[in-house]
Write a new protein. Structure first.
Length: 561
C-alpha cells in the first residue's frame, strides 16, 4: 500500500506545468460531449490525448463550439467571467418510467423538466462555476410490482430493494426542487486541480453507461484532486482523480404498495454514506491512442468510518480480503460495513479509420485472495463493451455514424456454484447488504438501466458538426437477477424485456441547439405479470406500450463585439 500511495503522489507531482483554463463541459452534457468525442475520431489535434475516461472535460486550449464561446466583455489575463449556455430539458413518459442519464431528474411517469443556467469565472488560480439545476415533475403513479405473488417471490423482490435504494415512485418532496447541480470551486496549479463540487462525474469510456460513475443520479457533494487535462509524465500521458464525497439515501420505501412496504421493507439507517474513490488512466508513449485505466470506490455509513487516514482513503488498500502480513480475516473485514467497487477499462481510437472501441470490466466484491480471483473471476462482476465508427458520405464534414454498447450486470452462472443453498445468487451490481446501494437520492450513480439489468444499444445516424438525424434501437433485460432467483424454474414465466425504437434529431440555429429523442417501447412480460387466461402450457405475459420523449434546448448568449 505504501508503494502504491507513493507512486500515485509521484505521478501527480509530475503534472505541474502551464495550462490554459476554460469552462467545464458537464459529464453527459447533450450534444456537445458527443460532438467532442466525434471530433477526436476525425483527428482533432487538441483532443488527441483525451481518454474520455475522466469527465467532465475541463480544460481545452480553444473553444471548438460557438456554444461554448459566450465570453462577457469582463475578461482580462487574470480575471475572466462567462455566461454559460442555458440548458432546458423536458422528458415525457406516457405509461411508466423509462430512460436514464438525466442528472438531477428522476425516473418517473408524466412530464418532467429541468432548467440549468450558469456562470463561470476565474481569478488568478481560483476557478468557479455556478450551474444550478431546477427540476419540476408530475411524478404520476403507475403500475408497479404487484402483490399477487407468493411470499417467497415478494421476499426475493424486496431483498434487492432492501439492499439498494431504488424506489418505484419518488415522494412529493422530489416533485419540485432546486440543487447546486454542475457547480464547483477549485484551486489550480497547471493541470492539477483541487476543489469542492456537486458536479456529476463520469469514470470509464462508456458512451451510454458507466460501471462506476455516470450522470444518472444527482451529483453528490464531494472534494476532489484531479488532472484538469491529460498531462505528460514522460512515459506517456496520465489522467487521474481522487474524491471524497457524501451520498444520501432517499429514505423512500421501495414499493408503491404500502401494505407490502409494511410487511417486507427494511427501514433506512438514517445516516449518510461516505464515498471515496480513485481513477487513473494511462496512455503509453509507445502506444498512442490506446488508454488503460482503473477506477475504485469504497462507501461506508459515516458513523462507521474510522477517523484515520486509512479509514478516510481506503481506496489505497490491497484488492483482496486476505491481507499479507496481517492477522485480519475476511469476517473481520466484512464486519466493517464497507462496500467496494472496482473497474478496469481499455479504449483505443484510430483517427485515420475514424473509429473507437472500448471495454470495461468491474467487480463489486473483494476476492478472498488472488487464487479466488483467478478461479472465479465471474463472481460479482459486470462488464461493458462499445464502439463508434464514422463513414464518410462524400460531403465535407458529413459522416454516417454507427455506435453501439452492451452492458451486462446480471450475475453469471457462477452463482449456482458459489451459492448452492440459494441456488440463484446473492446481490446485484450497485447493491449491498450492509451499505445500501451505490446510489445518491434514490438513483444509481453508475449504470442507469436498472438493478440487475442488461442492455444492448445501437445507434445509426447521419452527422455533420453537431447536427444529427438517426435512429436508436435498445433492448433491455430488466432485473435478471430477481427473475432467475424467483422464476428461473417456472416455465409459466418469461423475462421482462423492453424493446424500443427511437428517432434522433439534433440541430443548431445560430444561438439555439435542439437535441430530441422520441422512442416507442414495448414492455414484454411487463413486471413479470401474466395476462388473464394464461396457462402453464400457453403462458401469455402482459405487454405494455410506452412513449418516451426527450427534448433538450441549449441557448447560447453570444458576446457582441
Amino acid at each position: 500500500m505504501r508503494y502504491y500511495f507513493l507512486f500515485t503522489c509521484y505521478a501527480l507531482g509530475l503534472l505541474i506545468s502551464n495550462a490554459t483554463m476554460s469552462q467545464t463541459i458537464p459529464a453527459g452534457f447533450p450534444v456537445l460531449e458527443e460532438s467532442l468525442r466525434r471530433q477526436q475520431l476525425v483527428g482533432a489535434e487538441e483532443l488527441k490525448d483525451f481518454s474520455f475516461g475522466l469527465r467532465p472535460i475541463v480544460s481545452l486550449k480553444q473553444n471548438r463550439f460557438n456554444a461554448l464561446d459566450d465570453t462577457l466583455p469582463l475578461q482580462k489575463s487574470n480575471f475572466q467571467l462567462e455566461l454559460l449556455p442555458i440548458l432546458s430539458t423536458t422528458v415525457f413518459n406516457s405509461n411508466r418510467p423509462y430512460g436514464w442519464g438525466n442528472s438531477s431528474m428522476m425516473n418517473s411517469k408524466g412530464i418532467q423538466s429541468l432548467l440549468s443556467p450558469g456562470v463561470y469565472g476565474k481569478v488568478l488560480f481560483l476557478k468557479f462555476q455556478f450551474r444550478p439545476e431546477f427540476v419540476a415533475s408530475q411524478n404520476k403513479a403507475y403500475q408497479g410490482f404487484g402483490e399477487n405473488y407468493s411470499d417467497n417471490t415478494l421476499f426475493a423482490r424486496f431483498r434487492y430493494w432492501n439492499f439498494g435504494d431504488h424506489p418505484e415512485r419518488f415522494t412529493k418532496e422530489y416533485n419540485s426542487f432546486a440543487w447546486w447541480g454542475q457547480s464547483y470551486v477549485s484551486l489550480n496549479a497547471g493541470p492539477v486541480e483541487l476543489g469542492a463540487s456537486t458536479q456529476n462525474i463520469w469514470w470509464g469510456p462508456g458512451q451510454f453507461n458507466s460501471l462506476i460513475f455516470s450522470n444518472n443520479a444527482r451529483g453528490m457533494k464531494h472534494l476532489y484532486l484531479r488532472t484538469s487535462r491529460p498531462a505528460n509524465i514522460f512515459i506517456g500521458t496520465l489522467e487521474a482523480e481522487l474524491i471524497m464525497g457524501r451520498a444520501e439515501d432517499s429514505g423512500i420505501l421501495p414499493s408503491q404498495n404500502e401494505r407490502l412496504n409494511d410487511i417486507f421493507a427494511r427501514p433506512f439507517r438514517g445516516d449518510w454514506r461516505y464515498v471515496s474513490g480513485i481513477t487513473i488512466t494511462y496512455q503509453p508513449v509507445f502506444l498512442p491512442n490506446f488508454f488503460a485505466g482503473f477506477s475504485r470506490t469504497f462507501q461506508q455509513y459515516n458513523e462507521d468510518v474510522p477517523n484515520t487516514f486509512r479509514g478516510r482513503i481506503p481506496v489505497l488498500e490491497p484488492f483482496q480480503k486476505v491481507r499479507l502480513f496481517s492477522n485480519d480475516n475476511s469476517v473481520v473485514y466484512d464486519s466493517q460495513g464497507q462496500d467496494q467497487q472496482i473497474a478496469f477499462f481499455l479504449r483505443y481510437y484510430n483517427s485515420k479509420g475514424n473509429f473507437e472501441a472500448y471495454a470495461e470490466f468491474g467487480k463489486q466484491d473483494h476476492s478472498y485472495d488472488w487464487r479466488d480471483f483467478i478461479l472465479s473471476p465471474e463472481h460479482a462482476r459486470a462488464y461493458l463493451l462499445g464502439f463508434s465508427k464514422l463513414f464518410k458520405t462524400g460531403k465535407k464534414d458529413q459522416y454516417y455514424q454507427v455506435r453501439g454498447e452492451i452492458v451486462q450486470q446480471a450475475e453469471s452462472v457462477n452463482r449456482y456454484i458459489r451459492y448452492p443453498d440459494l441456488n440463484s445468487g446473492n446481490t446485484s451490481w450497485h447493491t449491498h447488504y450492509q451499505v445500501r446501494g451505490f446510489t445518491n437520492e434514490g438513483q444509481s450513480m453508475g449504470v442507469g438501466i436498472g438493478v440487475g439489468g442488461n442492455a444492448q444499444i445501437l445507434e445509426v445516424a447521419q452527422v455533420s458538426d453537431i447536427n444529427k438525424v438517426g435512429i436508436l434501437l435498445q433492448r433491455i433485460e430488466n432485473h435478471q437477477d430477481f427473475y432467475y432467483r424467483s422464476f428461473g424454474d417456472n416455465p409459466n414465466k418469461r423475462p421482462w424485456i423492453d424493446f424500443s425504437m427511437g428517432v434522433l434529431w439534433d440541430h443548431q440555429w445560430d444561438k439555439f441547439i435542439l437535441s430530441s429523442k422520441a422512442q416507442v417501447i414495448q414492455g414484454v412480460n411487463y413486471q413479470w405479470e401474466n395476462l388473464a387466461g394464461s396457462t402453464s402450457d400457453f403462458p401469455k405475459g402482459q405487454k405494455l406500450w410506452t412513449f418516451s420523449g426527450t427534448l433538450n434546448l441549449i441557448y447560447q448568449i453570444h458576446h457582441k463585439n
